[in-house]
Design a protein around this ligand. Structure first.
Ligand code: SAM
Length: 355
């Protein structure tokens, strides 16, 4: 049997029918309405810091420091090895800036500024929060909770904390509204009061190492027109522009109302990212299953299908995988094992431009 090079199952047991709780993933704006304490199982991991937007804006701005640290570390290692004199990094979907700060810490660039990180997000609100420069860390419920631990035996976490503290210093809570009160209320109850938030800001001497601007990856060709980049990041955001959800989040009505030609959107972005990257440059994706498992717009044949749930099919070769692979333009150089709604999958999170 031919196995998809993108996905290999480590467990073939589908979790959906037996236990819907097992793989709950929810956008930030839905936890308080859709998730009650009962279905908020131990398997649900809110690995983000929640920042609520204004009404009408999209709410998918969840982020945290050192989210999917394996991919970020490999990104930093690759850049140091292949672009030792530095390069421009474009971080799209940068949200409030935690991702770029984490990458900067891992690059350990200090004041040399060899690696300039240009951050862009399509939301003006979140760019404003990034520029204001105060960042929350939660004592639980996020990938970066270890930053608040007094001590840890984990060597890697100790190193990350040290790199973080080189860049960041504690600060007072912001005077503006930042955290989503529903989320805070929810996790406080979940941790029975044993939940706190600490705030950090970038040390003054490093503040100019980051720029935060409104920008849409779909227009990457018009941004920094005189430059080519060593890395473009677009992590945990492809699902927003393609309206792609996990199988257990899939909602037929929503799908009908928001028809998006996933293939077209993805092809256009990948073509432009390819043009923007230097030879040997990398395109860095997230480790959310919605970036890698694409729900098909039509019924698929058995050979095209990776999995299905009731009447919904998932592509074996996703439109993103096909676009990146087209004409051998990119090769995957980092694989992450992800717990997805259909079981464990391997997904490629870093793609190198070949020529
Ligand atoms: C789930 S957050 C991901 C944040 C961060 N990359 C991470 O992985 O932690 C998604 C972000 O993508 C932004 N976004 C959505 N579509 C975008 C686009 N076309 N270009 C740039 N940013 C976009 C949203 O505003 C949101 O802040």
């Amino acid at each position: 049997m031919k196995i998809s090079p993108l996905i290999q199952f480590y467990t073939s047991k589908p979790t959906l029918k037996n236990d819907k709780k097992q793989s709950v993933q929810c956008p930030v704006n839905s936890y308080s309405t859709k998730l009650s304490a009962e279905n908020y199982s131990a398997n649900f991991m809110p690995n983000f810091t929640s920042l609520k937007y204004k009404a009408g804006d999209n709410n998918y701005c969840d982020t945290s420091f050192f989210r999917d640290v394996e991919t970020l570390s490999q990104t930093a290692d690759y850049l140091q090895k292949n672009f030792p004199r530095g390069t421009d990094i474009m971080d799209f979907a940068s949200s409030s800036g935690q991702e770029a700060i984490s990458l900067h810490a891992l690059l350990n660039d200090k004041k040399k500024r060899k690696y300039t990180i240009h951050c862009y997000d399509v939301s003006g609100n979140i760019v404003e929060i990034a520029r204001l420069g105060t960042h929350p860390v939660y004592s639980a419920a996020a990938d970066d909770a270890f930053l608040l631990a007094v001590s840890t035996r984990d060597k890697r976490q100790r190193a990350l904390k040290k790199a973080f503290e080189e860049l960041m210093e504690p600060t007072l809570p912001p005077s503006y509204k930042m955290n989503d009160p529903d989320f805070i209320d929810f996790v406080s109850k979940m941790y029975e009061g044993d939940f706190k938030i600490q705030y950090f800001k970038i040390r003054d001497k490093y503040r100019n190492n980051f720029t935060f601007n409104v920008g849409d990856i779909r227009n990457i060709d018009e941004i920094l027109p005189d430059k080519k980049a060593g890395a473009v990041l677009f992590r945990n955001a492809f699902y927003i522009i393609t309206n792609n959800f996990t199988l257990n989040e899939f909602n037929y009505e929503r799908e009908l109302n928001n028809k998006v030609n996933k293939e077209k959107v993805i092809n256009e972005v990948v073509d432009k990212v390819y043009e923007k990257l230097l030879p040997g440059g990398i395109f860095v994706l997230g480790d959310n299953e919605k970036e890698h498992l694409y729900i098909a717009d039509e019924h698929l044949t058995e050979s095209e299908r990776l999995a299905s749930y009731y009447a919904t099919d998932v592509y074996k070769y996703s439109p993103l995988y096909n676009a990146l692979n087209k004409d051998g333009r990119f090769s995957p150089i980092c694989t992450r094992r992800i717990r997805a709604s259909i079981g464990y999958i391997d997904a490629f999170t870093i793609w190198k431009k070949n020529k």
